[in-house]
Each structure stands twice: as structure tokens, then as C-alpha cells.
Design a protein around this ligand. Structure first.
Ligand code: NDP
Length: 280
């Protein structure tokens, strides 16, 4: 029977460790503070921002909330970021994506000081990751590494296959697995024989954005399968990029959706905030 990797439990464990750390920082006179900026009122973004603020509250991180109207200009947003960059009492700055179409996401993200880039999306953070220098790491792939480590799944020397090459998941995921001494293959929409490549994996990380596309026929017996995808199926139930029911019997370990990778993203955001505060 496959090990069900419990992201809910592991993320709670991380949040509880951070809560203790934040309390001792507070006792020593340092209050960690995250500024959260949302432009417009996209309902999904409002839910994500609400969850991030709730996590801050739980851990004891102060959160400053900037709820800006859709009509905010790019210059106005850049001005707010500049002030937050200069404010020593603010340790992390998070701009909830997507931004309205009249703004350049790249320009906005790159305006955040790399020292406060707790999402790990700044071009300098990405560059630092790729050459092994210190910097913030994108939260979802960092969460996957924690899921593997805290489930005692060894990465070193393993065949790791990442399906997806996005800037926020697939690419940083592949670099992190490489940093842990995995042998890494990255697949994408032009990969030939995707099934054959996936079947080589000891650790298969799937981030393609296609509901239940990966089934048991892509999985080697005993492999660890990490499903990053989040979707609603035809019955409105949450599901991932992997067909859990098909894969679970052949895999050695697998993340469920929900309750796998999802809760780890916020836990790692909180981790990055605490690191930003400690570095300041
Ligand atoms: P993107 O759409 O940015 O990237 C998808 C990647 O999958 C692309 O590299 C694409 O290839 C590849 N791909 C698409 N179709 C296929 C295919 N048929 N065969 C092989 N590769 C394919 O998605 P994200 O990386 O942002 O997200 C992936 C999934 O993870 C989504 O379901 C998203 O909702 C979820 N997600 C979950 C998070 C969490 O907290 N749990 C956080 C972020 C994302 P190409 O580059 O060639 O187009």
C-alpha cells in the first residue's frame, strides 16, 4: 500500500516550528511583518490572500494589507512597492498574481527588493537559485522538497522526472531536485514519449495543469508521485494532474489532492517571511 504523503500534517508541523521561532524573535524585540498587495477583486485571489493573512495570524507574523482598486496605475503600485522596500519594519512583500492586464507583472515583481521577495519570483532570486547562491525559492517547489524530506524519501542519486517547465513550478523544481543530487529530466508539451520518460522516474513531479492526465501507465512500480495540479472535476470535487485512484496501487508514495502539495505553498511562504525577517 502506497504511503500517502500528508501535506496537511507536514505543513502544520512547519507552521508550528515557525510559530515558536517567531515568538522567540518577538521576545528578542523583532516583529516579522509581511505586506500583502492585491490589485482588483478577483475572487480566487481574494481567497488566496485571505489564507495567507490567516497563516500570518496563526504564526504571529504581522500582515499589512493593501487592497487596491482595479483602476490603480502601474506607477501607483510601483510607488507603494518602493515605499515598502525602504521601510525597515517590513520584511516581506507579496504581490498577489495575476495583476490586471494594464500592468507588467515582470516589471512589478522586479521592483520588489530581492531581500523582501518572499515569493521567490524576482529575476535575482531565480538567478541565485540556478547558480546555488542564497536567495528566496519559489514556495510550491520548496514545499515539494520539504514533503519528500519530511517523509524520509531520499532524493540523492534518484531518477527524478518533472513534468512541466513553468517559471513558478517546473523550472525551480528541477533545479531544487538537482541541488539535492537527483538525476533530473524535465518534460513539457513537446516531449516525445512522455510515458516512457515518466516510467523511468523514481520520483515523478507533475505540474502540467491538465486534470487527471497522468495515470498508472506513466508510473514505475514503487515510484514516488508528487501531484502539484489543482482543478475541480466534472462533479466539482478537487483533483490534481494525476489520476490518484489509478496511480495509488502502483506507487510507493503519493500526494493526495487536496491535502498534498497545496497546503505546503503557504507554509513555505511563511518560512520565507521568517527568513527575510531574520536576515534583515
Ligand atoms: P503552466 O500552465 O504555467 O505550465 C504547465 C507546463 O506543463 C508547461 O511547461 C507545459 O509545457 C506543460 N504541459 C502542458 N501540457 C502538457 C502535456 N500534455 N504534456 C507534457 N507537458 C505539458 O502551469 P503551472 O506550472 O503554473 O501549474 C501547473 C499546475 O499546478 C496547475 O494545475 C496549477 O493550478 C497548479 N499549481 C498548484 C500550486 C499549489 O500551490 N499546489 C501552485 C502553482 C500551480 P510547455 O512549456 O511546452 O507549454
Amino acid at each position: 500500500m502506497a504511503l500517502r504523503i500528508d501535506g496537511k500534517r507536514i505543513s502544520q508541523e512547519i507552521k508550528d516550528e515557525l510559530k515558536e521561532e517567531v515568538a522567540s524573535l518577538k521576545a528578542a524585540g523583532k516583529e516579522i511583518c509581511l505586506a500583502v498587495i492585491q490589485v482588483g477583486n478577483d475572487p480566487a485571489s481574494t481567497v488566496y490572500v485571505g489564507n495567507k493573512k490567516k497563516a500570518c495570524e496563526y504564526i504571529g507574523i504581522k500582515s499589512l494589507s493593501y487592497e487596491l482598486p482595479e483602476s490603480t496605475s502601474e506607477d501607483e503600485l510601483l510607488d507603494i512597492i518602493k515605499k515598502l522596500n525602504e521601510d525597515d519594519s517590513v520584511h516581506g512583500i507579496l504581490v498577489q498574481l495575476p495583476l490586471p492586464a494594464h500592468m507588467s507583472e515582470d516589471k512589478v515583481i522586479d521592483a520588489i527588493s530581492p531581500a523582501k521577495d518572499v515569493d521567490g519570483f524576482h529575476v535575482q532570486s531565480v538567478g541565485a537559485l540556478s547558480i546555488g547562491k542564497p536567495g528566496f525559492v519559489s514556495c510550491t517547489p520548496a514545499g515539494v522538497i520539504q514533503l519528500l524530506k519530511r517523509s524520509n524519501i531520499e532524493i540523492e542519486g534518484k531518477e527524478c522526472v518533472v513534468v512541466g517547465r513553468s517559471n513558478i513550478v517546473g523550472k525551480p523544481m528541477s533545479i531544487l531536485l538537482l541541488r539535492e543530487n537527483g538525476t533530473v529530466t524535465v518534460c513539457h508539451s513537446r516531449t516525445r514519449d512522455l510515458k516512457e520518460v515518466c516510467k523511468r522516474a523514481d520520483i515523478l513531479v507533475v505540474a502540467i495543469g491538465k486534470p487527471k492526465m497522468i495515470d498508472a501507465s506513466y508510473v514505475k512500480e514503487g515510484a514516488t508521485v508528487i501531484d502539484v495540479g489543482i482543478h475541480r472535476d466534472e462533479n466539482g470535487k478537487l483533483c490534481g494532474d494525476c489520476d490518484f485512484a489509478s496511480i495509488e496501487p502502483v506507487s510507493g508514495a503519493i500526494t493526495p489532492v487536496p491535502g498534498g502539495v497545496g497546503p505546503m505553498t503557504i507554509a513555505m511562504l511563511m518560512y520565507n517571511c521568517v527568513e527575510a525577517g531574520k536576515n534583515a
